[in-house]
Every structure is written in structure tokens, then in C-alpha cells.
Write a protein that binds this ligand. Structure first.
Ligand code: T5A
Length: 217
């Protein structure tokens, strides 16, 4: 089977803390896809929360204090899933049906890590909400960019003002990181990339992991 046929319809996700280099890594994945002859018009990019008109409005709510009202943890969780359902149903599944490769900047694991690990919401409750809202839908391959939260946040600071979540205390991100690490360990179609390395080494590691995954398809 041609490589492009193997990749058509696949959903590749990048996860990681703030400043881990997810946006940068997405450009490396695009480069890898081009190397494997995937036409650029057959690639769909998504980000979460966001990616549809309604989901982008939810993104504004969760990233900024849009009104002077505290967003409760469970409301934050449900907003993440509301945005995710809109994105999966309106964008990701149709793109997969059109034989696109979908590259996701964050997906379901971010809710388990941030709302479960960081906020302390019961992980089983989050799994149940996931099942109700998305069933068995999941990424085909996940690249988790692992970084020390201090380093990630310092990179994020260099990029501009911190948002509502980025302003939280460092132990929130330590707990978030632990969930990401355990999810990656438990999933055979997921790998950890050391995101503290130079961009050149991160790119090389991503290419290698994608090559290994492709060889298994
Ligand atoms: N959220 C999201 C939840 O709580 N629950 C959920 O379910 C979901 C889906 C989303 C926020 O919402 C939360 C998590 C987040 O707080 P976001 O914009 O998607 O926000 O995520 P951020 O993590 O805030 O995005 P960032 O832009 O901060 O991080 P990236 O994309 O990981 O990093 P990137 O590539 O922009 O790089 C940051 C800086 O570092 C440099 C880059 O040039 C850039 O300046 N850099 C490197 N520097 C040195 N070495 C490297 N290897 C580098 N790679 C990149």
C-alpha cells in the first residue's frame, strides 16, 4: 500500500504543557508528511479548545477572564468537551472521511491532564464524560512533548502575556505533567519526546518516532 494511503484518515495529536513547543512541532510533522508525499491540501490542522466558530468562542472563555465571574472547575471541564464535540463532529470526522491526515494541537488527554491532574477532578468522571460525548473516538498516534513546567512557562512568557491557566501555580503543572506521563506510558500508540532539547533534536526525535509508527501501519 502507498504511504499516502496508509496515512489518509489518520489523526495525529501533539500534547504537552505550555511552551513545550507544540506549535513548533506541528511544523515538523507537516515537513515529515511532505517528505512522505502527502499533498498539503490533504492535511487538516486543528487546535483545542477551538477549531470551529463556536469552539473558538469557548476558547476565549477558558483562556481569558471574559467576564468577572469565576469559572468553576467542572464548568471548565464541560466547556472543553463541548468545544471538542463541535470540533470532532464538524471538522475532524469529515476530514478523515475525505482521506485527510488530521494534525491536532491538543486533544482528549489535555482534559485528563489539566482538569484531572491539575484541577483534581476524578479521572473516571472525565473518562465517563468522554465516553458520553465522543464514544470510542481517539487519536491514532500521540506525540507527548515532555518539559519541566518552569522551562515551558519561561518559554511561554517569552512569547507574551500569560493567560488564565498559564498564571496558575507551578504545582498545578507538575500534577498535569504526571498525568500526561502516565497516559503516554499506558498507550502503545503514544511516545514521549524530550521537549527541553534544541529544536533540531526535537525535530529529529519526532521524525524518528513518526517513521517507527509508519512502519507499524
Ligand atoms: N486546556 C486545553 C485544558 O485545560 N484542557 C483541555 O482539554 C484543553 C484542550 C490551551 C490552554 O487550554 C488548556 C491548556 C492550555 O492552558 P494553547 O494555546 O493550546 O492553550 O496551549 P499553550 O500550551 O498555551 O500553547 P503555547 O503556544 O504556549 O505552547 P506551544 O505551542 O507548546 O509552544 P510553541 O511551539 O508556541 O513554543 C513556545 C516558544 O518556545 C519556543 C518557540 O519558538 C516559542 O517562542 N520553542 C523552543 N525554544 C527552545 N527550544 C525548543 N525546542 C523550542 N520549541 C519551541
Amino acid at each position: 500500500m502507498a504511504v499516502t494511503d496508509k496515512l489518509a484518515g489518520k489523526f495525529i495529536v501533539i500534547e504537552g504543557l505550555e511552551g513545550a513547543g507544540k506549535s513548533t512541532a506541528i511544523s515538523y510533522i507537516a515537513k515529515w508528511l511532505a517528505k512522505n508525499n502527502m499533498p498539503s491540501e490533504q492535511i487538516t490542522y486543528t487546535r483545542e479548545p477551538g477549531g470551529t466558530e463556536l469552539a473558538e468562542r469557548i476558547r476565549d472563555i477558558v483562556k481569558m477572564d471574559v467576564v468577572g465571574e469565576t469559572l468553576k472547575d467542572k464548568a471548565e471541564l464541560l466547556l472543553m468537551y463541548a468545544a471538542r464535540v463541535q470540533l470532532v463532529e464538524h471538522v475532524i470526522k469529515p476530514a478523515q472521511n475525505n482521506q485527510h491526515v488530521v494534525i491536532g494541537d491538543r486533544h482528549n488527554w489535555s482534559s485528563l491532564a489539566y482538569q484531572g491532574g491539575g484541577r483534581g477532578i476524578d479521572l473516571q468522571l472525565i473518562e465517563d464524560i468522554k465516553q458520553v460525548s465522543l464514544g470510542d473516538f481517539k487519536a491514532d498516534f500521540t506525540l507527548y512533548l515532555d518539559i519541566d513546567p518552569e522551562l515551558g512557562l519561561s518559554r511561554a512568557r517569552g512569547r507574551g502575556e500569560l493567560d488564565r491557566i498559564e498564571r496558575l501555580a507551578i504545582d498545578f503543572f507538575e500534577r498535569t505533567r504526571q498525568v500526561f506521563l502516565s497516559l503516554t506510558k499506558a498507550e502503545k500508540n503514544a511516545v514521549t519526546i524530550d521537549a527541553s532539547e534544541t529544536p533540531e533534536l526535537v525535530e529529529k526525535a519526532i521524525f524518528k518516532q513518526l517513521d517507527n509508527w509508519l512502519a507499524r501501519l
